[in-house]
Write a protein that binds this ligand. Sequence first.
Ligand SMILES: Cc1cc2nc3c(=O)[nH]c(=O)nc-3n(C[C@H](O)[C@H](O)[C@H](O)COP(=O)(O)OP(=O)(O)OC[C@H]3O[C@@H](n4cnc5c(N)ncnc54)[C@H](O)[C@@H]3O)c2cc1C
Length: 477
Amino acid sequence: MKHLERDVVVIGAGPSGLTAAYELVKAGKSVAVLEARDRVGGRTWTDTMDGATIEIGGQWISPDQTGLYSLIEELGIETFERYKQGKSVYRTEAGEAIIYEGEDFPVGEATVAEMNKLISIMNELAAGMNPDKPWEHPQAEELDKISFHHFLRENSSDEVACNNIGLFIAGGMLTKPAHTFSALQAVLMASSAGSFDNLVDEDFILDRRMKTSMQGVSIAVAGRLPEDTLFLENPVLKLEWSEDGVVAHGADVTVKAQKAVLAVPPNLYNRISYFPPLPRWQHVTHQHQSMGLVIKVHAVYDTPFWREEGLSGTCFGPNHLVQEIYDNTFDGESTGTLVGFISDLEADKIWAMDTDAERKEAILKAMAEFLGEKTLDPKVFYLSDFGSEEWTRGAYATSYDLGGLYRFGPSQNENVGPIYFSSSDLAGEGYQHVDGAVRMGRRNAARILAELDGTSYDESYDGVATLTAPADSKITV
Ligand SMILES: Cc1cc2nc3c(=O)[nH]c(=O)nc-3n(C[C@H](O)[C@H](O)[C@H](O)COP(=O)(O)OP(=O)(O)OC[C@H]3O[C@@H](n4cnc5c(N)ncnc54)[C@H](O)[C@@H]3O)c2cc1C
């Protein structure tokens, strides 16, 4: 067992923990990062299969995600644009595949009008929200009492419009059925991305990717940490704390530190035993945040055949097994990759199947209903399974149950003595995204630096600008 003494111990080497560690190290603090897995990156993870680059976890960045943009600029990481040329495909409730162009789904004028009405209601609500404090929205209490499913139906009697709008937040973002989370939670999702318009615009929200892959961001940050800072395969299962500091117990490393950054997803806080126990309110708060469930499917072909047919690869099918498909070919690769998403109740159906062969057949059949027979025969087929990963337990991220955001949200980011919570799932801007993880990492580093150095923390700091630029960086602080 190695015994270390550091200013700060960071628990979790995902983008949030690593960003916090990086900022603290740049500011001259000694840090140890204890990570449960044998790799960094957490919910960002890349593999190469038969020559194709597969991003199993988080991958896209949107123009508003300026926290992440400033970090990759500092790291010298470039981005590339998702393939967007050509027409899209929409599958109607009855199962008809319609090829269309432009922003509106091909659903009939009355339904388009109802969808636009719902979008403008959501835009207005989102504009009135500070994503850092959604519980302070003037309608927060009432919006948190009603499920997003019922909220949509209170505002429109057009079932197709409700399902289509529900898709963007339920299946598409929170990856939970719309009856299990509140309208307030849905407004937060929109507000965290700048507006609901941004969320429903796939060309905005799924704009670009990292040339290093998204996991490459964490790998690059880890590469800038001093030797003897990062300790993989060291799950922290016991954390002793007092007002004076913490002792974090990993598998073969124990760290005594003045402060701790707990940078694991909120659903995993309970995995750690705290001595003494956390205060009552923190015990309760984080129990109300649970992971969604989505399966990210990759199918790789010799060529991106859909492009030759004038299609972008973008497909939407609310209420179908595969609800979204995109061209996911990695930068510079000649093979063609499709990514499909199977969310919440549909994901349950897939995992209820007995064999991988059954799953593959059902999913490819569903994808072929959008893009034709050629879809049936990929050379690589891969299902992400974050639900069975011990150190994540779901995908993409955690959100509150009905009524939880208003009731418990105000204390979610309060530190418990020396313990600071850092996760994309506790962020305002960039909520549930790598951008939010970076912002939270920087904000927690700033709070800890202020405490350690006896200076004051600027509550308005949004985590976009780096705290301390490294000597070789061109970033202006
Ligand atoms: C399939 C999928 C697709 C996604 N798509 C996108 C996307 O396109 N764009 C985007 O911006 N975001 C996307 N996301 C979300 C994004 O990946 C997350 O928001 C981000 O990774 C969160 O970073 P984090 O550091 O807060 O947490 P995590 O990435 O979860 O990192 C937490 C780390 O803590 C470790 N850990 C857990 N428990 C312990 C313990 N007890 N001791 C030590 N270590 C521990 C974990 O192993 C992990 O490494 C996606 C996520 C998934 C799963």
